[in-house]
Write a protein that binds this ligand. Structure first.
Ligand SMILES: Nc1ncnc2c1ncn2[C@@H]1O[C@H](COP(=O)(O)OP(=O)(O)OP(=O)(O)O)[C@@H](O)[C@H]1O
Ligand SMILES: [Mg+2]
Length: 263
């Protein structure tokens, strides 16, 4: 399929309606983690969901654990749905995972609610939601070693699921350290990693530092940096990002390694 034929989330009349006529319904599941909180995981999740839907897959976001929220729909799922233009008509809003009001680590939020999270249960819930869509993109909370309880971490959930993991990382200073730490934690647990994506959430421009960060990460970890999501002023305002963001999102799918690439 040439890029020209891919309907863009923003230039088609039914922007995110899956196109069943293309026969591109092979399913899949990805997990998005990040090198830190607020690094751009939700932006990356939205980019992947939007790009998959532009290819005709009925992709949906999922958030196994959301802290700092309330109600039926996790805040990050609501954000992805807004960014991708998902509606009840083109993508039913399935129940989110566990939602806790305090904006803190999942292990503490759960304890404050008199509960204990369990990686096996979260994995079961994620697999159950997966059955309702061609493609599910699950966003973790915090980073790889964010605790679910006193023993288990987000990385343990990722290991149980075995879904290729996309790592959202900052493009600039400090990212080599944070990205290597994250990748080591994932590799130790045998988590399959699709690659790293730089998210320019603070308006970073591609520069020599970013190029060197990319080269270093790839050479020192053997994990590809699959691309970058550019800064989108609209996204920063809470609106839907423009064409440059979606072009970068589609390029990520093309850059995904075999085994993580959509059909
Ligand atoms: N490419 C971008 N352009 C502009 N703003 C961005 C971009 N990516 C992320 N942001 C903004 O940066 C902030 C943090 O991004 P985001 O919510 O995606 O991070 P996160 O890792 O999902 O955070 P959390 O740990 O809370 O889930 C948000 O306000 C978001 O709108
Ligand atoms: Mg998020």
């Amino acid at each position: 399929m040439t890029q020209k034929k891919i309907p863009h989330p923003h230039n088609t009349r039914a922007p995110t309606a899956p196109d069943a006529t293309r026969g591109r319904r092979a399913g899949g599941a990805w997990f998005v983690t990040g090198t830190d909180t607020s690094v751009g995981k939700t932006a990356l999740t939205a980019a992947l969901v939007g790009a998959l839907r532009a290819r005709g897959a009925a992709a949906i976001p999922f958030k196994p654990v959301q802290t700092g929220g309330r109600g039926r729909t996790a805040l990050d799922i609501a954000a992805v749905r807004r960014i991708c233009g998902l509606t009840e008509t083109n993508a039913p809003d399935l129940p989110s995972g566990q939602i806790f009001t305090p904006a803190c680590s999942p292990h503490w939020a759960a304890r404050r609610a008199g509960r204990e999270l369990c990686a096996a249960e979260l994995a079961r819930a994620a697999r159950a939601v997966r059955r309702h869509a061609d493609w599910i993109v699950a966003e973790g909370a915090g980073g790889a070693l964010t605790p679910l309880n006193e023993r288990e971490t987000m990385a343990d959930l990722m290991a149980r699921l075995g879904w290729p993991v996309w790592v959202a990382a900052r493009p600039g200073l400090g990212t080599i350290n944070h990205t290597r730490l994250t990748l080591e934690a994932l590799q130790r647990r045998g988590v399959p990693v699709a690659g790293v994506v730089f998210v320019a959430a603070r308006g970073e421009r591609p520069d020599a530092l970013e190029r060197e960060n990319r080269r270093s990460i790839e050479q020192m970890t053997g994990t590809p940096v699959l691309g970058r999501l550019p800064y989108s002023p609209a996204l920063a305002r809470g609106d839907r990002p423009g064409p440059a963001f979606w072009r970068a999102a589609k390029a990520l799918l093309r850059a995904a390694p075999a085994g993580a690439r959509p059909g």
